[in-house]
Design a protein around this ligand. Structure first.
Ligand code: DHB
Ligand code: FE
Length: 317
């Protein structure tokens, strides 16, 4: 039986992708951001999932405003990179998992949760930036990734409650897949940011940190949050955070938060990141966290100094 073993949430700021693609990751500004993902990459290399389900939003790269599906599941064998602004990123083609994707589509749709099946799609920074942050920049991505695009660009996006329910339906689908696959689910986007209008540049660290706390401990509170509250408190693009609730819904109620990172800013955005693990069946809390917790990151001395200077919160939990 396949099983979702962990969830990862991460901002997907396009300028992070541009920093990688233009070899600027060692600059102090960017080092502050990338240093927060060193432990995450070690965690990922240790966990080695068989498949990732990447919940992200398309930014008018694959879908123009002509057709905007609320939930679009990528069922193709591969997804070429695309992007707005800087052009397609020079990253490997994302290989899908058509069998598991078709199974998820069948299970979720027959469960009366309609989503759009997409057999041809390009994927933008919303998906590929978090993949870089978690996998680094390999020649080929280390595992298949099933993209799940959520509309958070054109009003109305789905509610947090609906996103969480989709996560639950995905978990059920994965658990009814006969092959023994270890699946990690990503939720991307956020945290607080607004990229246009009079409030451009808005960042609300208090809101972001409470969101991270509730994601772990009280997701039901987040499910009830209306879109207008995201927009008021976290900026117009802060509403991307509803996608994190798909990831959370796919996990068990009681999970272990094993890593958290928060820094301000990257481009216009507060960068937030969290790793949540399902407890292995029958395991006690401390054991579960210890089992997969990564060793302390060996950041280079200049990186450590840069991180200390900047506004960074990094927590091993
Ligand atoms: C920015 C952040 C995003 O999440 C996005 O999709 C586009 C731009 C930014 O910070 O500039
Ligand atoms: Fe975005």
């Amino acid at each position: 039986m396949a099983r979702i073993i962990a969830g990862v949430a991460s901002s997907h700021v396009p300028a992070i992708g541009a920093a990688i693609d233009n070899h600027r990751t060692e600059e102090p500004y960017w080092q502050r951001v990338f240093s927060g993902f060193e432990e995450s990459k070690e965690w990922m290399a240790k966990v080695k999932p068989d498949v990732v389900i990447g919940v992200y939003n398309d930014h008018a790269s694959a879908f123009s405003v002509e057709i905007v599906p609320t939930f679009a599941l990528g069922c193709a064998a591969e997804f070429p990179p695309a992007d707005e602004g800087w052009g397609p990123r020079p990253v490997p083609v994302v290989k899908g998992h058509p069998q598991l994707a078709a199974h998820i589509a069948q299970s979720v749709i027959l469960d009366e949760f309609d989503l759009t099946i997409v057999n041809k799609m390009e994927v933008d920074h919303g998906l590929t930036v978090p993949m870089n942050l978690m996998f680094g920049s390999p020649k080929e991505w280390p595992c298949p990734v099933i993209p799940l695009a959520v509309n958070v660009v054109l009003y109305p996006p789905p509610t947090g409650h609906r996103c969480f329910a989709l996560g639950r339906a995905i978990r059920k689908a994965v658990e009814s897949y006969p092959e023994d696959l270890r699946v990690v689910i990503f939720g991307t986007g956020g945290m607080s940011h607004q990229i246009s209008g009079p409030r451009a540049g808005l960042i609300n660290s208090k809101f972001d940190k409470a969101f991270l706390d509730n994601l772990t401990k009280d997701p039901a509170k987040l499910m009830r949050m209306p879109h207008v509250e995201y927009m008021r408190e976290a900026g117009a693009e802060g509403v991307e955070m509803v996608m994190w609730l798909v990831m959370r819904g796919a996990l068990d109620d009681k999970i272990d938060e094993v890593y958290r990172f928060y820094t301000v800013p990257a481009s216009n955005t507060a960068v937030g990141h969290i790793i949540l693990e399902n407890r292995p069946k029958g395991a006690r809390r401390a054991g579960a966290a210890k089992r997969l917790a990564p060793p302390k990151a060996k950041a280079k001395a200049p990186a450590r100094r840069a991180a200390a200077r900047a506004k960074v919160d990094r927590v091993r939990t």
